[in-house]
Design a protein around this ligand. Structure first.
Ligand code: FAD
Length: 347
């Protein structure tokens, strides 16, 4: 049976494991973190994500689409909140019935790990960090974090699903003809919450709430527990010049987002800004995404993008689907794939 090794059990790595298991491959997944299903608090990026058609198509292939979408909140339109704090207008996302889905990141990841584990050919190795790559030998060097033991692993395919700061991509960058660019945009983000009101959603749940204000904006996506995750995106200098203490934060929201301030509450707003610093946003491009018929980059490891498109995860899920179709077309030998031929680099 062919074997794939996947570095990273995030959204894309765990879905990719399901795809390979479905093709009957042996699958080993090495993840730096502990098993998130056993963790009390998972540190990471946005709490909820917008799942769109391309992401759903990939989930459908592994039989998870209906289950996952039922666990989210459908969003049929964008609701734009005007600066007066009263006026809103709605822009439908498509034809009646078409929608994107607000879904909890952690839950989605946990469901996909559990789904992958249902296949007897899949093994997860948590707290194992990809440290190095021996390209010519076709090997990945993992470190078992509890005893610092180095483990050499190999397989017919070796996939880097290890996110925007991918260790596999870093190793490939030392090879000729590998192109890479990385850009931190001037914006950062801070997440806030809107709590339920009388046990109900405080505002309309089935829309994507947007407060556009030129160089900065606020968004809110509903969660099934009737809260909303609210995200402020703004240039770092806006955070530094206008959101630096309790008074300035409340003033800023009173001026630009009066209706959102009412919903979040000034106490929660101040507490959040005292507790967290804005997180940066990085965009990564690289090419090729496949090497020597054996190494592959998928998801953010291949193409991290800013969240304004709402497509990073969706594109990563589509990567898994496209890879699967490519393997079908080339009978599991990517070195024979006309689709990937241009990207082959022999060592
Ligand atoms: C604020 C924000 C909002 C977003 N909203 C959306 C949205 O609405 N819709 C959307 O489609 N996308 C959205 N995205 C993008 C989305 O989060 C990413 O595209 C997605 O998480 C990429 O998944 P991934 O599995 O490739 O990477 P990650 O989710 O980063 O997972 C990588 C995994 O690899 C592990 N890892 C890292 N290094 C190593 C190593 N050396 N060895 C072993 N394991 C390792 C990590 O622990 C992690 O588990 C958003 C991003 C942000 C920041």
């Amino acid at each position: 049976m062919p074997k794939v090794v996947i570095a990273g059990a995030g959204l894309v790595g765990s879905l990719n494991a399901c795809f390979f298991a479905k093709r009957g491959w042996d699958v080993e997944v090495y993840e730096f973190r502990e098993d998130i299903r056993t963790m009390e608090h998972v540190q990471g990026r946005s709490i909820n994500l917008a799942l769109s058609f391309r992401g759903k198509a990939a989930l459908e292939y592994v039989g998870l689409k209906d289950y996952i979408t039922e666990q989210g909140v459908a969003m049929y339109a964008r609701m734009v909140h005007e600066p007066d704090g009263v006026t809103t207008n709605q822009q439908p996302y498509g034809h009646p019935g078409q929608h994107i889905v607000s879904i909890n990141r952690r839950h989605l990841n946990e469901v996909m790990i559990t789904q992958a584990e249902k296949f007897p050919t899949v093994k997860f190795f948590f707290e194992h960090k990809l440290r190095d790559t021996r390209i010519a030998e076709g090997q990945l060097i993992m470190e078992r974090l509890n005893d610092k033991e180095k483990i050499v692993v190999t397989g017919d395919l070796l996939c880097g699903c290890d996110g925007a700061y991918s260790a596999l991509r870093r190793s490939l960058m030392t090879y000729p003809r590998f192109n890479f660019s990385q850009e931190y945009i001037e914006h950062g983000y801070v997440e806030l919450n809107i709590l339920p009101k009388n046990n109900q959603f405080a505002i309309e749940p089935n829309v994507f709430h947007l407060w556009p204000r030129g160089s900065f904006c606020l968004i809110a996506l509903a969660n099934i527990d009737k809260t909303f995750t609210v995200t402020l995106f703004a240039p770092f200098n806006t955070f530094e010049e206008h959101l630096y203490d309790d008074t300035s934060v409340v003033q800023f929201f009173t001026k630009h987002f009066p209706d959102a301030l009412q919903l979040i509450g000034s106490t929660e707003l101040k507490a959040t800004f005292n507790r967290v610093r804005p997180s940066p946003l990085v965009s990564v491009k690289c090419a090729p995404h496949s090497f020597g018929g054996r190494f592959l980059l998928l998801g953010d490891a291949a193409h991290a993008m800013v969240p304004f498109f709402g497509q990073g995860m969706n594109c990563g899920f589509e990567d898994c689907l496209v890879l699967s179709e490519t393997l079908d077309a080339c009978n599991n030998d990517i070195s024979k794939s006309p689709r990937l031929e241009l990207y082959l680099h022999k060592f």
